[in-house]
Design a protein around this ligand. Structure first.
Ligand code: FNR
Length: 182
């Protein structure tokens, strides 16, 4: 059956290597899978329960609905200080308060990229921990940790050019699709 995935991007930077990966995903999707990049989480206000009581921000509700309707979510994010960027945690915190909870039972794949040697691996386990509370169904393998990422993205076009990274990404998308299709 046809599947639709959405991408939650954890970097706001224009020349982001994680954004370069996110942009490559639609063309790396397996047969019958469409992939859409969600809007910027940079527009979300800082989470505040008082603000929530006045009504959820419309951009939060819109993203929650897209996540709820998606067959799977791919979270593509940098690692900041061995953890998840605050802006991504903020988005997860907002989305986690929407009812019905958009991530409950949702298949999720994680991808991180960094100019460093371990590709953001440490952030992945912090992210997984939050996703346990959200009751998401996080794909275990294959893991995607793109190391030395500045050498894998063309600085002029901002396209992901590294062939083996592209193969790995395609492999993870296929694994997510086959987990969902059973
Ligand atoms: C970083 N960076 C970084 N890299 C890493 O591998 N582990 C880390 O813990 C951190 N910590 C960190 C904190 C902060 C505040 C910044 C701004 C950066 C470097 C980071 O991987 C690099 O800036 C990437 O280019 C960020 O990803 P995007 O924006 O290019 O997708």
């Amino acid at each position: 059956r046809p599947l639709h995935f959405v991408i939650l991007l954890g970097s706001l930077r224009k020349a982001s290597v994680n954004a370069a990966i996110a942009r490559a995903l639609p063309e790396l999707a397996p047969e019958g899978v469409s992939i859409e990049l969600l809007g910027s989480i940079g527009e979300f206000p800082h989470y505040d329960a008082d603000l929530q009581e006045q009504g959820f921000p419309p951009e939060v509700l819109a993203m929650a609905e897209k996540v709820r309707q998606a067959d799977g979510v791919v979270i593509v994010t940098p690692e900041y200080n061995y953890s998840v960027p605050g802006v991504l945690k903020n988005a997860i915190d907002w989305l986690s308060r929407v009812s019905p909870p958009p991530f409950a039972g949702k298949p999720v794949a994680i991808q991180t990229a960094s100019p460093g040697q371990i590709g953001g691996a440490r952030a992945q386990y912090h992210l997984r921990q939050s996703l346990v509370f959200l009751d998401a169904r996080v794909l275990n393998k294959p893991e995607i940790m793109v190391s030395a990422a500045y050498a894998k993205v063309d600085p002029g076009t901002l396209l992901l050019t590294d062939a083996s990274t592209r193969d790995h990404l395609a492999g993870q998308l296929a694994a997510l699709a086959s987990q969902i299709r059973g």
